[in-house]
Design a protein around this ligand. Structure first.
Ligand code: ATP
Length: 365
């Protein structure tokens, strides 16, 4: 145990200031304990106070962000971000609902609300060096097992199934048999779409996100669309290439690849070598995620759109058309689009030709 403390001191020297400022027992909890035991100390730490977290935050120089309902605060100590929370219990009024939060006396009560044994351990920062491990998290960690704390866990909060996929994919952990059985019954439909999406995004954002989404599908918690596995793979490959990574967030693209939507991207993918003007008109109205999926489905013309077509701009603008006598209104847009298409297709060059082409189209309206 002394070793663990030494590691903790090395990994998080900023915690010395917390120890000094603490007037009530304070504990390192959750992922920070897990990662310390794994020998992978991390940047951010979560602390639980048996008492007033806001008071401790104030003594540490003030909180940047406070959540009164949950008694939580964020502070920066010596350049390190620390999350502080008062010990609390949670109860679920109905499956998938947000929990009702009540202050708790002890850190053990706080650990009881957590998702997996490996995340339900604590190390006191004050007093004697010890690991508080009421559910055998350390052993489970040694064996690479994800185990829930009680049989109703996934019913209370089905997003824990998504969290399981995140840890399983990240660390190569497996599900303990009873957890496995219960997880397969998790019903994400009882959770709000926002919470479901947020947890899916955290999963997909990880370097092992594709594996995690595959695990979730294998457990029957999400339905992958037909071809979803291959599509996720192609999307990942594209994200490594220039352009796409700037255009699309990895998590959005992977989730869309796994779950849909399908309509627009299929239309784009079914186009075989459109002319540049046509291609730009199609592509520029689309969400980047639709584009990356269409590309993953074979629309290779999108490479030209990305690298060349979309960068082509006219030398003229709407004011030039107005100055030339076109009335304000849709004719301006039509004219400019027609000129741009001709420019894309190499039919006009330079300002005068652009203007002539735009006027011809605008005046036809
Ligand atoms: P990461 O390593 O990805 O940062 P983490 O383990 O720190 O993950 P967080 O989502 O930051 O996880 O949550 C911190 C801790 O809060 C977890 O370790 C877990 O103990 C607890 N927790 C978070 N979400 C839930 C949940 N839905 N149900 C139960 N406990 C949760």
């Amino acid at each position: 145990m002394e070793d663990l403390w030494a590691e903790l001191r090395d990994a998080h020297p900023e915690l010395a200031a917390v120890r000094e400022a603490a007037q009530e027992p304070v504990y390192l909890v959750g992922g920070a304990v897990r990662d310390l035991l794994l020998g992978q100390p991390r940047a951010d730490v979560d602390l639980v106070v048996e008492g007033d977290a806001a008071g401790l935050a104030a003594r540490l120089g003030g909180a940047e962000l406070e959540h009164e309902r949950f008694g939580t605060a964020k502070v920066t100590v010596a350049g390190h971000e620390i999350d502080l929370a008062s010990a609390r219990t949670e109860s679920y009024p109905e499956p998938g609902a947000l929990p009702v939060v009540t202050p708790a006396e002890s850190v053990e009560d706080d650990l009881a609300r957590r998702d997996f044994t490996i995340n339900a351990m604590a190390i006191p920062l004050t007093g004697e060096a010890r690991l508080i491990d009421p559910y055998g998290g350390r052993d489970d960690l040694r064996h690479g097992l994800l185990r829930i704390l009680h049989p109703g866990s996934f019913e209370d909060d089905p997003t824990r199934a998504i969290r399981a996929a995140r840890y399983a994919a990240r660390h190569g952990f497996t599900l303990e048999p009873e957890t496995d059985t219960l997880l397969r019954r998790a019903d994400l439909a009882t959770v709000s779409a926002d919470r479901r999406r947020a947890e899916l995004e955290r999963l997909a954002a990880e370097p092992t996100g594709r594996v995690g989404l595959g695990l979730l599908a294998g457990w029957g918690v999400i339905d992958l669309r037909a071809g979803g596995v291959e599509l996720m793979r192609s999307v990942e490959d594209l994200l490594k290439a220039p352009h796409w990574a700037e255009l699309v967030a990895r998590e959005q693209a992977l989730i869309a690849a796994a779950l849909g939507p399908q309509g627009a991207e299929e239309v784009l993918a079914s186009m075989w070598a459109p002319r540049p003007g046509e291609g730009v008109e199609l592509a520029e109205r689309r969400d980047p995620v639709e584009l990356i999926l269409a590309r993953a489905m074979g629309a290779s013309w999108l490479d030209q759109y990305l690298t060349t077509w979309r960068n082509i701009e006219l030398e003229i603008d709407g004011d030039d058309l107005i100055a030339a006598g076109v009335e304000q209104g849709p004719a301006i847009g039509h004219g400019l689009r027609a000129a741009r298409n001709k420019k894309l297709e190499g039919e006009v060059r330079g300002r005068d030709e652009e203007l002539a082409a735009a006027l011809a189209a605008a005046l036809r309206d």
